[in-house]
Write a protein that binds this ligand. Sequence first.
Ligand SMILES: [Zn+2]
Length: 288
Amino acid sequence: MKTLHTEALLLRSVDVGESDRILHLLTPRTGRLTVVAKGARRSKKRFPGTLDFFNHLRVQVERRRPTSMPQLQLARLERTFDGIRRESRRFALGCYLLELLDRLSPEGGRAGDLKALFDFALGSLTLLDETRPDAALRTLLELQALDALGLRPELGRCVRCGTPIGAARSRGSSGSGGQSSAAALGFHIADGGPVCCAEPGEMLLPVHAGTLRALEGGLRLGLPQLGRLSLGGQALAEARALVGRFLRFHVGIELRSEAFLEERLTPAGAGGRLAHRDSNADSNARRA
Ligand SMILES: [Zn+2]
């Protein structure tokens, strides 16, 4: 790369020295791209109000030598997502998604995959700009993020023997609402899918077939429609546990913005952390 012109979203910003900033960008051409913005802190003329989170940018980046860090030359504002900055739930989930993308986005890859990842990031900010999120929307956005990052869990068949889940175990279940009577399946976090033929004593997360089907439905929806999918109380609690643990397995650490997000998406007066999620799930189910 010598000169790159592309769209970009800011994922992370670190001040260095007296006046510079190191920026992690997400672009549809490169995936995650680390650049230095010389003079970004001293000169307001060079990047006037553009190098903020929740801005859709058009940037020009130059790399003078193959070994040096690319330099941000220009950043023009395409669109700003003010609706996210103004409301604490949207802001908390927006920060969390940017941090997640910063941790998991690849540097380089297939052109189609990088474009799809950028489209997901831009689409999810557009959605949050207009929608106040709840625990269900958070879960579905996390699942779509995993899909866009190439880390989609298996939801339809056993990851070991390939048996379709609906055929094997879901008799008596009729969608996410009527699943209480059906036996729970086991989801293997490290293997990334349900297991119908587990060895005795294996650690599996209990989940009903209806919950897996609801999550598959969430993956088929476009981002603008995501807020319309309602998850029932049990389905939401199971989906939250499954997607949360699967994501944690891939991220490897607790994201810095996660505690803030949990606080924002939790009704006042709820108890401990796991209880938080349950009571949140129940209140969302009542609203849904
Ligand atoms: Zn199996």
